[in-house]
Design a protein around this ligand. Structure first.
Ligand SMILES: [Zn+2]
Ligand SMILES: [Zn+2]
Length: 241
């Protein structure tokens, strides 16, 4: 069943062909040219409730969270599409660890929806380019692709933005952040990135699959600011926390 969905998702011809009507990825109900039926799409874990406007962490009041008030990150805003909960966590794991690239297209399109809402709510000059969070060369060789770059492609196409995959490099292989304490996460990514080519931009959007504490995005934003970038937004498919 899964491979059947995968085949349709890869092939626009099959997905839109009358002989093979689209089916909802979650419940299998036939639905016209969509990945989910309307009820299943509404049940996705969209971000909701009070969120810090800078780091997008959930908190109980309006305005900046305590962390952003005392130690603001170097990025201006985090724009998450969804909360890191089922089924989005499963989609992202399938993409990263089982190379199911169809989820990059799905995640990218969900991110397009969030970024469009962000532009509608707060009209401001758009970023001049998209920078996907780079992988270390060893991890890139092992995985064969960078999930952030694959997620960035539909977003770049929709908003007509170039992707710059060469200005930033990850020069140190870091441990997965998942099982580290907040303090260890900060030191884990400290000095892990390097400006490889001077970015000729003032405004950029950094794209990643998941943001947990924001230490990785913050470290990169500091690097970009030192290189002359003034405004960095972080666009992520899923926000944990
Ligand atoms: Zn459904
Ligand atoms: Zn915050």
């Amino acid at each position: 069943m899964f491979q059947w969905f995968a085949l349709k998702t890869y092939s626009p011809f099959l997905a839109h062909c009358q002989l093979f009507p689209s089916r909802c990825l979650a419940c299998g109900t036939p639905c016209d040219r969509a990945d989910w039926c309307t009820p299943c799409r509404a049940r996705l874990p969209w971000v909701e409730g009070n969120r810090c406007p800078q780091c997008a962490a959930r908190h109980s009041a309006y305005g900046l969270c305590g962390q952003c008030q005392t130690q603001p990150p170097a990025f201006t805003a985090c724009v998450p599409a969804l909360a890191y909960r089922p089924p989005i966590d499963q989609y992202i794991r399938a993409l990263k660890y089982r190379s199911q690239l169809l989820y990059a297209r799905l995640c990218g399109e969900l991110l397009v929806h969030a970024v469009q809402n962000h532009f509608d709510l707060a009209p401001a000059p758009q970023p001049e380019c998209i920078i996907p969070v780079p992988l270390h060369s060893r991890r890139l060789c092992r995985r064969g692709f960078n999930q952030a770059l694959e997620i960035a492609r539909p977003v770049a196409r929709r908003f007509g933005l170039p992707i710059d995959y060469h200005c930033l490099k990850r020069i140190r292989a870091t441990q997965a952040q998942t099982h580290l304490s907040p303090r260890d996460r900060a030191s884990n990514v400290k000095g892990a990135f390097l400006i490889h080519r001077q970015p000729p931009y003032k405004r950029v959007a950094l794209i990643d699959d998941v943001m947990t504490t924001g230490h990785t995005a913050n470290e990169i934003a500091h690097c970009l600011k030192r290189a002359g970038v003034e405004k960095i937004e972080v666009w992520v498919v899923a926000r944990a926390g």
